[in-house]
Write a protein that binds this ligand. Structure first.
Ligand code: DX5
Ligand code: ZN
Length: 214
């Protein structure tokens, strides 16, 4: 299994001092997970390429596009500095084309599946991906409860792809991370558990301890 990576979601970051806040999180972050919402694919709005462009950090930016017609925005996010771009299987009208578009930009390609979406939908593109995202909540908000039933999908992908980065997003904490890792996930997105903790660095240590103890 590939190495464990922690990706704090910047959904809860203090945007008034975004770069300072991210600098505090950087020492224990393997990636920053940038949640992009368009008020259409999901009922919420967040940030677009101009904000991504203004992020100053050495931590790779993992852009999770919860937007309709992602093909229209792939180039803009790549130019803004994305290290990886995730599009939703439910939002793309041509998954194969859109994965190729991401790769053409020289960016790591990832596809996300909602809790209700079957793996069958991404079967054809899976061999081409650098990462797959199994959503463990219905996308749109932070702070929702982890849906452990999605772990069946994680195990099924891990059985076929031992080296693939498998990301899990939604409701990750020291309580839920161990089962996610046991099922085969190695890239853990965490929003409220880390960002709302009194000490985010301690929260990440606790999370890693809980995984090691499993
Ligand atoms: C949900 C987002 C998540 C969210 C995770 O739509 O994709 O990345 O920020 O937040 P928590 O960890 O609080 O569930
Ligand atoms: Zn996300």
């Amino acid at each position: 299994m590939p190495e464990l990576k922690i990706a704090p979601s910047i959904l809860g970051v203090d945007y008034g001092r975004m770069n300072e806040h991210l600098a505090e999180l950087a020492p224990f972050s393997d990636m920053f997970h940038v949640d992009v919402m368009d008020g259409n694919f999901v009922n919420n709005l967040t940030v677009g390429p101009p904000v991504v462009e203004r992020i100053q950090t050495d931590v790779p930016l993992d852009c999770h596009l919860m937007i309709s017609d992602p093909d229209k925005y792939i180039e803009a996010f790549a130019k803004a500095g994305a290290y990886s771009i995730t599009i939703h299987a439910e939002a793309s009208t041509d998954l194969k084309r859109d994965v190729a578009l991401i790769k053409d930009q020289g960016v790591r390609a990832c596809v996300a599946v909602n809790p209700a979406t079957e793996l069958e939908v991404i079967k054809e593109v899976l061999p081409e991906l650098d990462m797959v995202l199994v959503m463990s909540v219905v996308p749109g908000w932070g702070g929702q409860a982890f849906m452990s039933e999605v772990l069946e999908k994680v195990s099924a992908i891990r059985a076929e792809y031992p080296e693939l980065d498998i990301q899990i997003d939604g409701g990750i904490s020291d309580k839920t991370a161990p089962e996610a890792v046991k099922a085969g996930a190695n890239v853990l997105v965490s929003g409220s558990y880390i960002l709302k903790a009194q000490s985010p660095s301690e929260a990440v240590s606790l999370l890693k301890q809980a995984i090691a103890a499993e």
